[in-house]
Design a protein around this ligand. Structure first.
Ligand code: FES
Ligand SMILES: [Fe+2]
Length: 434
């Protein structure tokens, strides 16, 4: 950062509070995009989205369009989606298959690994200084890491090494893969997308917030209680969506008993408060398949680790027990796109995988009973912070514990938010980002 900005960081972030400007200042947002999003590891997609050579998936990393591409040798590349001629987007489809990437403007073509393949009428470039064989003419490839099928990319040459960045937070991803009887995951269908009217950090700061469900989700809790009474009277069973909504009805004492763990680089995870185990045949069939595939001891240890949300700062969050993947794309200082994907456990009964789709529709769909409650609160926070820089946002709750790698607290603490701001400071203030 420039010196003036570096000095101003002390005016923006205190150990237990942050100035409202960090959510509303467009200049700070641009600095965040460069210092945080280009220098950290961003989740790009799941390897199962490009199963065969030539398959591609089109998305964004740090507000740059990128193409995740499967090559003939099985490797995955993440390429900038920008033609080397005049900069046109080469791909606009969300996903597809091609043997060659052909720019739709003047027809330059590229190999799937990004090398320039051909230019129409190449004689026109003789003695012009543009060498069509120059490796610099290729589509730039991002640094990538494929962790058990989860593909991450970093745009900048500088920033943390992947293994260091992921650290012990990896246990949530391990737990997801370990839940698959065949040891593999794959994306199930498309995704739910919602543009939120809030700064990107507002979303991440909600994901272990145990203080909010009883208040924000009061109406859906009340509705589900009525449904539960009716269902029990009529059938003696409570439908899964009702059980899921009821999870928000837990007392503050119960939520206070849920452990939240912090990791380096702003990551964190939280113990689950919805019980993914159940006494029905669907779960029994799944457990039998998992035990057959992974062994009884491994299956038990895997199912015992019930993580509700795990955040990988700054753009990725998963819910391991219900196979949910959330990808965060900052669009502007007050606009954030979130995509919700559900993963399928290979080797699990279809009925068990459908439960995770039910979870997505019940909790993450913009038309669910739950999601609009959160979106409305995020919007109200954004309205408040946009009014002026004099406001300080409190991160005091349970302020006695140090934030940082290995710190533990509960779902009633704001320690994980302080941990995120520790990472925010480190990224914003890094010498190699200036
Ligand atoms: S912009 Fe791509 S070929 Fe001209
Ligand atoms: Fe919520």
């Amino acid at each position: 950062m420039r010196n003036r900005e570096a000095r101003s960081l002390d005016d923006l972030v205190r150990p237990d509070a942050v100035n409202a400007r960090v959510y509303s200042d467009p200049a700070l947002f641009r600095t965040e995009m460069h210092n945080i999003f280009t220098r950290s590891w961003n989740y790009v997609g799941h390897a199962s989205q490009v199963p065969a050579a030539g398959d591609f998936f089109h998305t964004q990393v740090a507000r740059r369009a990128v193409i995740m591409m499967r090559l003939d040798d099985g490797d995955i590349r993440v390429l900038r989606n920008r033609c080397g001629h005049r900069g046109a987007r080469i791909v606009t489809a969300r996903n597809g298959h091609c043997n060659v990437l052909r720019c739709p403007y003047h027809g330059w073509t590229y190999h799937p690994d990004g090398r320039l393949k051909s230019i129409p009428l190449p004689d026109g470039y003789a003695d012009t200084g543009l060498d069509v064989n120059d490796p610099g003419q290729r589509l730039p490839a991002l640094r990538i890491a494929n962790y058990r099928g989860f593909v991450f990319a970093r745009l900048s040459r500088t920033g943390p090494a992947f293994e260091d960045w992921l650290g012990d937070a990896r246990r949530a991803l391990d737990n997801m893969v370990d839940r698959a009887p065949d040891g593999e995951l794959e994306v199930a269908g498309g995704c739910l997308r919602a543009i939120q009217r809030n700064n990107w950090k507002v979303y991440l700061e909600n994901l272990h917030d145990g203080m909010h469900p009883a208040v924000v989700h009061q109406s859906s809790i009340a509705a589900s209680q009525a449904q539960q009474r009716r269902a029990l009277a009529e059938t003696g069973e409570v439908p899964l969506p009702v059980q899921i909504v009821q999870g928000n009805a837990q007392s503050l004492r119960e939520l206070g008993a849920l452990e939240v763990s912090c990791y380096a680089h702003g990551h964190s995870d939280m113990r689950g408060f919805r019980e993914p185990r159940s006494n029905d045949t669907v779960f029994a069939d799944y457990q039998a398949a998992l035990e057959a595939g992974q062994g009884t001891d491994n299956a038990t240890a895997t199912l015992d680790l019930n993580i509700h949300n795990a955040n990988f700062y700054p753009n990725f969050s998963v819910h391991p027990s219900f196979m949910q993947v959330r990808v965060l794309f900052p669009l502007a200082v007050n606009r954030t796109l979130i995509e919700h994907w559900t993963l399928r456990l290979k080797g699990a009964p279809d009925a068990f995988n459908r439960r995770n789709i039910v979870y997505a529709n019940t909790v993450h769909s913009p038309s669910s009973l739950i999601k609009p409650d959160d979106l409305e609160m995020y919007r109200r926070v954004q309205d408040g912070v946009t009014e002026g820089g004099g406001l300080w946002i409190s991160n005091h709750r349970r302020g006695d514990g140090e934030a940082g790698d290995g710190a533990h607290s509960s779902a009633l603490s704001e320690q994980f938010i302080r941990n995120q701001y520790g990472a925010w400071r480190d990224y914003m203030d890094a010498p190699d980002a200036r």
